[in-house]
Design a protein around this ligand. Structure first.
Ligand code: ADP
Ligand code: MG
Length: 360
């Protein structure tokens, strides 16, 4: 097991990068604690695989270093890092049986037959593949092959970390859910550091103790699911997490007030020196409420979507959409024409990044 320190790390696939846009990974400096379950979350192309491959040693970063428990491993190959990695698509030996595929990483490292047999059977049971141990991998479905890949990643016991790069992409939705639960249970049982790459927020939020959100080569926030929900450090985290995401509205902020299209909103904190065109407020749909007249921003309801436990109201505010969630069973009057925000839940952003206010 190991604490992983990414020290002044950056990576460009170009030999002579000339500006920030030439970097697949911009400056990163942080510590991943030993034994935690992390999810690396972000849209396609934001640098997740690049970062994962640098941690595993498949890729050498163009700048900075990787430390495991304080030891510099930047130039060590994967085999020397005691890391298991599971990829998006199955990596199995078609001509071998399921059993031999699972046993391979252990045989390779010279474990005795009895230990190998026990581990292979334990892993097969967890993956519900006991009945298929003697089948050749060749004839199996993509699902089953990917389960073998997962098993090959999980079979070794003395690894510092297990890295998963979108491992459930080819797995059908029901099985996906089940495997995710099993990975989580396995993490609880073993306390091994796990890093799980995904572009799916549900997958990230259900699996991880801490979610690392990436956007265009930057890590924009590393936090618990609750922190990401309550205090998105960047507007991108606000949109990307939540369904629907946080409402982000351009505003003119002065002291403890935000002025938006002629309406004034009270804020819980005071803000200084916020002149400039790149100021926005962010409020999640969960912290808004609808009224007839009175305070709040003037809106027109465009549509109401019933998603089961709550309704999503899509409202128009000067050509901009504002989303409001309303609990199940609460009626929505046709005369509703204002939306107000819980002041304690309104965040202020400048240039996309959150600004800390002062007690007003
Ligand atoms: P993600 O896993 O989040 O989808 P990647 O880490 O694969 O993102 O890619 C990040 C960026 O680096 C993308 O712009 C991608 O096109 C680029 N990239 C990835 N791999 C290579 C490579 N081997 N050579 C050049 N560019 C690459
Ligand atoms: Mg990727």
């Amino acid at each position: 097991m190991a604490e992983i320190h990414l020290k002044n790390l950056a990576h460009s696939y170009l030999p002579h990068p000339s500006g920030p846009s030439d970097y697949a990974l911009k400056k990163i400096d942080h510590v991943w604690e030993d034994g935690k379950a992390y999810a690396l979350l972000g849209p396609s192309g934001c640098g997740k695989s690049t970062l994962l491959n640098i941690i595993s040693g498949l890729l050498t970063p163009s700048e900075g270093s990787v430390l495991f428990d304080g030891e510099d491993v930047t130039n060590l190959p994967t085999e020397k890092r005691h890391i298991a990695q599971v990829f998006q698509f199955p990596v199995v030996y078609d001509t071998m049986t399921v059993y031999d595929n699972l046993a391979f990483p252990l045989k390779n490292r010279g474990h005795d037959a009895k230990t190998i047999d026990q581990r292979v059977r334990d892993i097969a049971e967890m993956l519900e593949m006991t009945g298929e141990l003697n089948k050749k991998a060749r004839g199996l479905t993509a699902d089953a092959k990917q389960k073998i890949s997962l098993g090959r990643g999980l079979v070794r016991q003395n690894v510092s970390a297990i890295l998963f790069d979108e491992p459930l992409t080819v797995i059908d939705p029901h099985l996906k859910w089940m495997l995710r639960m099993q990975l989580k249970a396995l993490h609880k049982k073993t306390d091994r550091t796990m890093i799980y790459v995904t572009h799916d927020q549900t997958e990230a939020l259900t699996f991880a103790d801490k979610v690392v959100v990436m956007y265009e080569g930057d890590v924009v926030q590393m936090g618990t699911p609750q922190e990401l929900f309550e205090r998105p450090q960047h507007t991108f985290v606000g949109y990307f997490i939540g369904s629907p995401g946080m409402n982000v509205i351009p505003a003119h902020v002065e002291g403890n007030q935000a002025h938006i299209e002629g309406t004034t909103i009270q804020l819980n904190y005071g803000y200084k020196g916020m002149s400039g065109s790149n100021v926005e407020i962010g409020v999640r749909p969960e912290f808004t409420s609808l009224h007839e007249g009175g305070e709040g921003l003037p809106i027109t309801i465009k549509r109401v979507e019933d998603v089961g436990r709550y309704k999503i109201v899509r409202a128009d505010f000067f050509g901009r959409e504002i989303n409001i969630t309303v609990p199940e069973g609460q009626p929505i009057s046709e005369r509703v024409n204002r939306v107000s925000f819980d002041p304690t839940r309104v965040n202020v952003y400048q240039g996309g990044w959150i600004v800390d206010g002062e007690a007003a």
